[in-house]
Design a protein around this ligand. Structure first.
Ligand code: HEC
Length: 128
């Protein structure tokens, strides 16, 4: 009898807690990064190949078709978590009808420090 219970326990736990669909939604604390270092990382990773940046002087984006909206002060409307999500899980909240070059997977290329700093850099665009 206890054995049956042991077998059922994981099922009971899952039912009780609910299974998150896809990634779990959570807001979490993002430490302050260094916007200058973030700008450097943004340039090194050539994010500007697709993204125009309002308020900075990176080379013009050359991806085809060009992205409809440049990165800039509008990002201030997003939380740090949402900006991180756009970088970690690109295409997660993107409308189906968007025709644009696919943003790549940076999870191997980017350090956590670079992610934090890039977010600080993007945030700083709203303060200029
Ligand atoms: C190959 C093209 C491409 C490259 C390179 C690229 N992205 Fe993107 N990115 C996209 C597309 C497409 C979207 C979704 C459309 C949009 O929201 O503008 C997007 C969305 C985003 C968004 C969300 C914008 C918003 O307004 O919601 C952020 C932030 C972002 N990218 C940051 C970066 C960073 C940082 C890098 C470099 C590490 C990068 N991207 C490199 C194509 C690219």
């Amino acid at each position: 009898m206890p054995r049956i219970f042991a077998l059922l326990l994981p099922v009971i736990v899952v039912v009780a807690c609910g299974v998150p669909e896809g990634g779990e939604r959570a807001t979490f604390f993002f430490p302050d990064g260094d916007p200058e270092a973030g700008r450097t990382a943004f340039g090194q990773m050539q994010c500007y190949a697709c993204h125009g940046v309002i308020g900075d002087d990176f080379p013009e984006p050359h991806a085809t078709p060009p992205l409809p909206t440049p990165l800039g002060p509008d990002l201030a409307a997003l939380s740090r978590g949402q900006v991180a999500e756009a970088i970690i899980a690109p295409y997660h909240p993107i409308p189906d009808d968007l025709e644009a070059p696919q943003m790549g997977d940076y999870s191997e290329a980017m350090t956590v420090r670079q992610l934090i700093d890039i977010i600080a850099y993007l945030e700083s665009l709203g303060r200029q």
